[in-house]
Design a protein around this ligand. Structure first.
Ligand code: FAD
Ligand code: NAG
Ligand code: NAG
Ligand code: NAG
Ligand code: NAG
Ligand code: NAG
Ligand code: NAG
Ligand code: NAG
Length: 640
């Protein structure tokens, strides 16, 4: 989740130009004789041979580096395009959340044909810790059926139960104060909450009270009045309804628990062979024949290329937009694309970069006639309130600064049947569509086969009600954000040149599948029903431009959507999918890249398709699981 409420206001040119003006590039500190995990410089990285080299130190990358270096004989180099964060309030303090501090510069989509040909700035992280350093900290898993269906598409044995073990290993849940939890309607199921793992998570200890009426309680009651039940635990695998969302915050300090902290700082004093090289981009994998033996990298600011070698494996963990870019630059991708750029083909793998998916968002602005103060906008709008709350946070770790800025505390996650009574018609329309609308006509036959197989599984979820297809979040101030978790439109990411410093072409092909507009319309109408229920009407809230109660026809709504949708909630995935090669897959069930040796993909690119939740919890668990799988191999078996 993006903190859309906040970003919506400052999006566009301003953010982009800010980033161009002051790219944060911190020089790595050279350390000669390391006794603990170290930030290395480019020269010493190149002069050493590591057991593993990991491209990208985000959630998956740092989880793996931590777990692999538990073996004192294993050395790991992590190369990350971004710097280390400086412990800024904007990173650590929930109420000061400022994700733009470490956005990847100048990353813009291609013109989106479903969105009036708009090109949209599309945030991802460029910082050690990746998304976990700048994300909105929402810590919710997918539904059981999501992981079961990842198994069903060609990964036998993979299921919710496989993941549950690693969810629990990864996390340390701190319970809220019992009387606060009771008053606030926070509930959870002890049996699915982990204790003792490295990632800290909890709930804020405050909610927006409003004046007179507890405004968040009005929303809670309104949601129940339109058929959305209060659920026990969003992280238990099958509940759909309204809940307080947990977040990745350390309850002791009320600061962000990001992978830089929980998988690097936490262990660095005892890990001499865990090295990080920040502010450098991996440009390609070096192959000897078809065996990956190392990587080429260069400073993100530009400069001379160097190489680092891996005795055992190279692991890509650069995220869903950059991992396919590295693969394509290395000669692993669609032969047609590689030949166009005169890149020698190591393996023709048309799935690389295809199957790009995201969770899109639609912000619906609201005005309020009653005084809702204080609400999630008050820190920004009222300096007296902000100062009071900040003092409370600094002295007692309480109050509004324990909530991620611009968000509130509750959300509704819904199946399609909870969203609309005409869900069967949406499903049958989508099934009757003669061919998937959303892929371009040039698409490779295996990719098309994989997309068709996925679409079938996702439509089963639409019909069965076992998955959350969307969610509604009222920020208590000036808007609702509608999230679409499982759109059917699929896109692609491709290199535009052989320059490793150039951003790839990012095309989500958002809402090119007509079913997506139908589902979004259903979500929009459900939100309208909730926001006009008596408990919300009592607060005097009214839908505002570009929407408004006078806009009622499906066609009018659809055209307003096309002008307002953000195609990305920064949950990009699935561009090196773990599926059979005949379905356009890129990696095997062991996350090994097809057609080569010594190369795996660890980041969110491996997902076959989107889940009914946010990615972070699943990506930590994925890192844990892959680390275990790699450790099970005996080194000897993998000697080349
Ligand atoms: C603004 C924002 C808000 C979000 N909010 C939420 C939320 O509230 N809850 C949630 O669950 N999820 C959220 N997400 C999504 C979540 O953070 C990501 O899905 C997740 O971080 C993906 O993990 P990953 O390990 O696949 O990759 P990342 O964590 O993205 O890590 C990739 C890393 O690779 C590095 N890199 C990229 N290219 C190269 C290269 N060529 N060489 C070397 N390094 C490279 C990057 O600098 C980055 O550190 C948000 C994301 C963003 C950007
Ligand atoms: C590292 O490995 C590469 C490839 O095997 C080799 O060419 C190089 O000499 C090695 N460097 C060091 C410092 O051992
Ligand atoms: C590390 O390597 C040394 C030398 O090969 C070996 O004796 C030792 O058992 C190894 N330690 C572990 C934990 O594998
Ligand atoms: C978008 O661009 C395409 C190709 O240039 C064009 O055919 C189409 O009419 C445009 N659509 C809109 C809504 O402007
Ligand atoms: C888990 O959280 C509790 C309470 O915040 C804390 O006391 C404990 O030390 C944490 N455990 C770990 C392993 O981080
Ligand atoms: C908690 O739930 C009860 C029962 O639905 C409701 O009356 C109350 O207002 C809710 N409180 C909050 C803070 O949501
Ligand atoms: C601003 O905050 C102060 C302190 O909480 C409060 O007394 C005041 O009424 C607020 N002003 C407005 C306009 O809401
Ligand atoms: C892609 O490359 C072409 C030149 O080959 C250039 O004109 C175009 O601007 C590039 N597109 C992007 C988005 O960088």
């Amino acid at each position: 989740m993006l903190g859309k409420e906040l970003l919506g206001k400052s999006f566009g040119g301003l953010l982009v130009s800010l980033l161009v003006a002051c790219p944060s590039l911190i020089e790595a500190t050279p350390v000669r004789v390391p006794r603990h995990a170290t930030v290395v410089d480019s020269l010493s990285a190149a002069a050493s041979n590591y057991t593993f080299v990991i491209a990208g130190g985000g959630i998956a990358g740092l989880t793996l580096a931590d777990r692999l270096t538990e073996d004192p004989n294993v050395s790991v180099l992590v190369i990350d395009a971004g710097p280390l964060d400086q412990g800024e309030d904007g990173v650590l303090v929930p109420g000061s959340y400022s994700p733009w501090l470490y956005f990847w510069p100048n990353l813009v989509t291609t013109p989106q044909e479903g969105l009036n040909n708009r090109s949209v700035f599309t945030p991802i992280a460029q910082v050690v810790g990746g998304g976990s350093t700048i994300n909105a900290m929402v810590f919710v898993r997918g539904k059981a059926d999501d992981y079961n269906k990842w198994g069903a598409i060609g990964n036998p044995g993979l299921s919710w139960n496989t993941f549950l073990h690693f969810f629990l290993k990864n996390e340390n849940f701190t319970r809220p104060d019992p009387s606060f939890a009771k008053a606030a309607n926070i509930s959870w199921d002890e049996s699915v909450r982990g204790n003792g793992g490295p990632v800290q998570y909890t709930y804020p200890n405050y909610y927006y009270p409003g004046s007179g009426k507890i405004i968040i309680a009005n929303w809670w009651s309104a949601a129940q009045s339109v058929g959305l039940p209060a659920i026990k635990d969003p992280n238990g695998g099958d509940d759909l309804g309204i809940y307080w969302f947990p977040h990745a915050v350390d309850a002791r300090t009320r600061t962000r628990s990001h992978s830089r902290r929980n998988h690097y700082d936490r262990v660095k004093d005892s890990r001499p062979k865990y090295h990080i090289l920040p502010s450098n981009m991996v440009s390609k994998v070096i192959f000897r024949g078809t065996t990956a033996v190392g990587v080429e990298y260069l400073p993100t600011a530009g400069g001379k290329a160097s190489t680092a070698y891996a005795a055992k494996e190279v692991i890509l963990a650069a995220g869903a937009l950059n991992t396919p870019k590295i693969l394509q630059l290395s000669g692993v991708g669609s032969k047609k694309l590689l030949q166009k750029h005169k890149i020698p083909v190591v393996v023709d793998l048309p799935g690389v970069g295809s199957n790009l998916q995201n969770q899109l968002t639609l912000r619906v602005p609201y005005t309020a006639s009653s005084n809702l103060f204080p609400n999630s906008g008050s820190i920004a709008n009222n300096a007296t309130y902000a100062a009071e709350q900040r003092a409370l946070y600094d002295t007692k770790k309480q109050g509004a600064y324990t909530i991620v800025s611009t968000l509130s505390t509750n959300i509704a996650m819904m199946s399609l049947s909870q969203t609309t009574s005409s869900y069967k018609k949406i499903v049958s329309n989508a099934r009757a569509a003669s061919a998937p609308y959303s892929l371009s006509t040039e698409v490779d036959a295996t990719v098309l086969a994989g997309y068709t197989a996925q679409r079938k599984l996702i439509l089963e979820q639409y019909e069965s009600g076992k998955a959350g297809i969307g969610s509604l979040h009222w920020n208590t101030a000036d808007g609702v954000t509608i999230y679409m978790n499982k759109p059917l439109s699929g896109g692609a990411v491709t290199i535009n040149s052989t320059n490793p410093l150039e951003n790839p072409l990012v095309n989500y092909r958002a809402v090119t599948d007509p079913a997506d507009i139908e589902v979004l319309t259903a979500l929009f109408r459900k939100n309208r029903e909730l926001m006009s229920a008596p408990d919300m009407a009592a607060l005097g809230v009214a839908e505002a431009a570009p929407f408004g109660e006078h806009i009622t026809a499906d066609s009018e709504l659809a055209s307003a959507f096309r002008g307002a949708i953000d195609p990305s909630n920064a949950h990009q995935c699935c561009t090196a999918a773990m599926m059979p090669r005949a379905l356009g897959g890129v990696v095997s069930s062991e996350k090994k890249v097809y057609g080569v040796r010594g190369l795996r993909v660890a980041d969110i690119s491996y997902w076959p398709f989107q889940i009914s939740g946010a990615p972070t919890a699943t990506m930590y668990a994925s890192g844990e699981r892959l680390a275990d799988a790699i450790k099970e191999y005996k080194l000897a078996e993998h000697k080349r």
